[in-house]
Structure formats: C-alpha cells, structure tokens
Design a protein around this ligand. Structure first.
Ligand SMILES: [Zn+2]
Length: 199
C-alpha cells in the first residue's frame, strides 16, 4: 500500500475535467471532514455497484426491476419519446416537470473533431422506437444541448430515424435555451418553454 493521500489523489485525477491540483484539493477537503462523513461518501460510492441500466431508457437506476420507475410509471405519455445525451440531461428534464413522455439515453453527442458516432446507441434507439410505435408513439423529440455538437448529433439522428420510420414526427427543443447551454444547467421554466417551442 502506498501513501493513501497520493493514492486517492491519483484516483480523482481520472475523473472527467479534473487536474492534479483539483484532485489534491478534493483530498484536502476530505482530510478536513469527519470519519463518518468519509464513510458516508465511501458507502455512497459502494452503493453504485447495485445500480444497473434500465432495459428501456438506458439510464442507471437502483430498482429491483429490469425497467426503471420512470418507464414503468403508468401515466407517462406514450405519444412522446425524448432522446437525450446523458442521464444528467434526463434528470434535468424530469425535474423540470416540462415533459411527461418516455425517454431514451443515447449515451453522448457526436464529437465534431472526430465525427465518430460509435459512442451512441443508435441501433438500440431504432429498436426502442419500434417498440414505442407499437405502444402509440407519434413524436420523437431530440433533446440535445444547444451547442454545435448537440445540433450535429440531433441532425444525424433525425436523418437516421426519418429514414427508418418516415411516419414519425421528429422535433427538436426550441431555442429558448440560450446557445451553448447544457440542459442540466437550464432552469425548469426555460426547459418548459423549450418543450412548448419545439419544432
Ligand atoms: Zn427507464
């Protein structure tokens, strides 16, 4: 076993967007907290092992069922399916109460630098759309962040979905969202107007 301070710091450096200085600040912060606060954090991390992806929307959840509580909820609007980049975007839309349809987490946006869509669950999305059509789906809403990668991802998916399911309406969130804004930072009113202004 090496020095626990540097070992933990090396772990934090692997987090997205975290450099060595920030990693050290996290460790220093933890050193100033109580043992019980550190234990709570460690337990919260361990509890992640009990989560799994929902077989329908693909978000991580802790329920005992294969399908998550959102997808199982009886009052969801079967006419709508929102395609989002990430679990955090799904959470932001869900918390805003702007939207009551179903979701699909496609797993990211296409990087404009590489134009590689390999990270996206396109096949799974197309398969899920077919299932939702059987359940009454009318419209797919592409709910991506208002930035160039979000726009590009939306237009690529629109082409793929439109080709396979020409009868389905495909819309994008209205740009009540200011350009560059991430869904997860948008306030509920902005998200509501982005949904009502979709086209
Ligand atoms: Zn689900």
């Amino acid at each position: 076993m090496g020095d626990p301070i540097s070992l933990l710091s090396e772990r934090f450096v692997k987090f997205p967007g975290i450099g060595p200085r920030q990693a050290q600040r996290f460790v220093q912060f933890l050193l100033r907290t109580t043992p019980s606060a550190r234990r709570e954090l460690a337990n919260a991390i361990l509890a992640l092992s009990g989560t799994h992806r929902c077989g329908q929307c693909m978000r991580y959840h802790t329920g005992e069922e294969a399908t998550c509580a959102i997808c199982l909820h009886p009052s969801r609007d079967a006419a709508l399916l929102a395609v989002v980049a990430s679990d955090t975007d799904l959470d932001a839309l869900e918390k805003s109460s702007a939207y009551k349809g179903y979701y699909f987490v496609v797993g990211g946006t296409i990087s404009l630098a590489t134009e590689r869509a390999s990270v996206l669950r396109e096949k799974e999305l197309l398969k899920y759309i077919a299932e939702r059509i059987d359940a009454g789906l009318i419209e797919v809403i592409l709910a991506f962040p208002a930035n160039p990668e979000g726009d590009y991802t939306g237009s690529q998916l629109k082409a793929i979905i439109g080709e396979k399911y020409p009868g389905i309406r495909i819309s994008s969130l209205g740009r009540g969202l200011s350009t560059g804004s991430e869904l997860e930072y948008a306030d509920p009113d902005t998200l509501k107007s982005a949904f009502s202004g979709r086209r």
